[in-house]
Design a protein around this ligand. Structure first.
Ligand code: ADP
Ligand code: MG
Length: 256
């Protein structure tokens, strides 16, 4: 399958990526490149391998075969950063993830949730981390929630904290896995607005979503995953608005 962004400053790449759980082959050899500033929407039926793909991209899952590259360097669990190789610590500091279920620290305030990574992982001085966190919380519209605990927030607010927390690490790429799927419908919009703004600001992102209108609107490229393979990819026009294969058309129409 052609991958048009391959020459354009790739940030993260999967090459011949395979993943099996026992005898179940979940990813059947995938090639994916996210170029700097590019937004790719990943769509596809439940169980098609979307979460596994993005979990492999930041090595939360160990691929069964194939290579993940970050800024052109091969990533390995046992690698140190040297030459053309990079370890997973460096990868994870640079790749932000946001999940469906927020995964905030329940006993920490909003501000503490956002400062935790910079302070613990990056050794950023607390005052500096807090200043930065306050800016990020203002960006996601939560400047008045610094002292709140996660269980006092709405789902939409929690997810915006989770996004601010990911951004606090100054990631080069953000991987979003169905970040609005657990939200009440009236809270989806406020989270999509934040993501849309990040896209406009040039953040490199892979976004797993069932929000077809949003995917079409925000992405430079759409990939349709089906049974562990990339079954179709192209512009939003080709994949979402005018799908030319039946399985894809039937999938897309269910979410419109
Ligand atoms: P999607 O995100 O597209 O819904 P997933 O990547 O979560 O799909 O899952 C793809 C397939 O892999 C599914 O059949 C799922 O049951 C299976 N799977 C995912 N994680 C595991 C795991 N840790 N152990 C065994 N099977 C798994
Ligand atoms: Mg999933």
């Amino acid at each position: 399958m052609s991958d048009t962004s391959i020459d354009r400053d790739p940030v993260i790449q999967a090459i011949g990526l395979r993943k099996s759980y026992g005898t179940l082959e979940v990813l059947k050899g995938m090639n994916l490149t996210l170029a700097r500033g590019e937004v790719v929407a990943l769509i596809g039926p439940s169980g098609s391998g979307k979460s596994t793909l993005i979990r492999c991209l930041n090595m939360m899952e160990q691929p069964t075969a194939g290579t993940i590259r970050f800024r052109g360097k091969e990533i390995g669990r046992k690698f140190r950063d040297a030459g053309d190789k990079i370890g997973i610590g460096t990868l994870r500091r640079n790749v932000g993830m946001v999940f469906q279920h927020f995964n905030l620290f329940p006993h920490k305030t909003v501000l503490e949730n956002v400062t935790e990574g910079p302070i613990v992982v990056c050794k950023t001085p607390r005052a500096e981390a807090e200043e930065q966190a306050k800016e990020l919380l203002a960006q996601v519209g939560l400047q008045d929630k610094h002292g709140a605990f996660p269980n006092h927030l709405s789902g939409g607010q929690k997810q915006r904290v989770a996004i601010a927390r990911a951004l606090a690490m100054k990631p080069e790429v953000l991987l979003l896995d169905e970040v609005t799927s657990a939200l009440d419908p009236e809270l989806v919009g406020e989270v999509l607005t934040v993501i849309r703004r990040l896209a406009q600001d040039g953040m490199t992102m892979a976004i797993v979503t069932h929000e077809m209108a949003f995917a079409a609107d925000v992405s430079d490229r759409v990939m349709f995953l089906d049974q562990g393979s990339i079954a179709a990819q192209g512009s939003a026009e080709e994949i979402i608005r005018n799908p030319d294969n039946e399985r894809l058309a039937s999938f897309v129409s269910r979410f419109n």
